[in-house]
Design a protein around this ligand. Structure first.
Ligand code: 0O2
Length: 205
């Protein structure tokens, strides 16, 4: 079933693309400034994306919602998405602090899936923010989801995502158990890497 109003859809997609541009600029300024002040860049890499219509449609269907533009705006909170990948857990929290202390964004909600992993084993820090987009005659606040995670968490999530895509329905129990174990091992390794980083700092300071 197509979306109810094509013009509204085009309008909202344009605003998502503006919000992505603002985010790219603002985040890179904040991170460059942090690096300038601290001589250290906590980011490994960043990926910005607008969710595809295919993925948004699937998500609305999964939530048993009609394919309308208002449902898209109201219930799909990650149309604009950013994934920030760091080397260490401590860097993830540095990025969280940078974003939360920025005057540019309004923090809508946040979920610490590192302290409280999801049932699947998924770990990441999620922050949903409102990005101000200054249009010709008004300012609109567009929601974006920022996922912050370590390289190891990113690797786990990417494999988990592939598994879920390949399988016709839910993940079979034995596979789910294996992924849960890998998630625990991965988090354990990340914590050890953080300790190693602390040790390293003693030698270089
Ligand atoms: P995609 O294709 O990565 O964009 P909701 O956003 O409403 O579905 P919730 O619980 O409010 O659900 O949002 P949450 O927890 O912030 O999760 C949203 C996104 O986090 C997902 O977007 C995934 O990117 C990621 N995520 C959450 N749980 C898992 C998981 O178990 N495995 C993996 N690999 N990723 C997860 P999408 O749209 O579901 O997917």
């Amino acid at each position: 079933m197509p979306f109810n109003n094509e013009n509204d859809l085009k309008d909202v997609m344009l605003k998502y693309s503006f919000a992505k541009k603002v985010l790219e600029t603002e985040l890179s300024i904040l991170i460059d400034e942090y690096e300038f002040n601290n001589g250290y860049n906590p980011v490994e890499h960043i990926k910005y994306r607008i969710k595809t219509m295919e993925s948004a449609t699937k998500k609305l269907a999964k939530k048993n919602l009609e394919l309308t533009v208002s449902n898209l705006v109201r219930y799909i909170n990650d149309m604009v998405g950013v994934r920030i990948v760091c080397s260490f857990i401590s860097d993830v929290y540095k990025i969280v602090d940078i974003i939360k202390s920025s005057k540019q964004f309004i923090v809508k909600n946040e979920s610490d899936y590192i302290k409280n992993p999801k049932d699947s084993g998924y770990t990441s820090y999620h922050i949903n923010i409102l990005v101000p987009v200054h249009l010709f005659d008004k300012t609109e606040y567009i929601e974006a989801e920022i996922q912050i995670r370590t390289v190891a968490m990113d690797c786990w999530a990417s494999i988990d995502h592939k598994l879920r895509y390949k399988l016709p329905s839910t993940i079979p129990e034995p596979l789910e158990q294996e992924m849960l174990l890998r998630a625990e091992e991965m988090l354990d390794m990340d914590k050890k890497m953080d300790m190693l980083n602390d040790l390293l700092k003693k030698y270089i300071n």
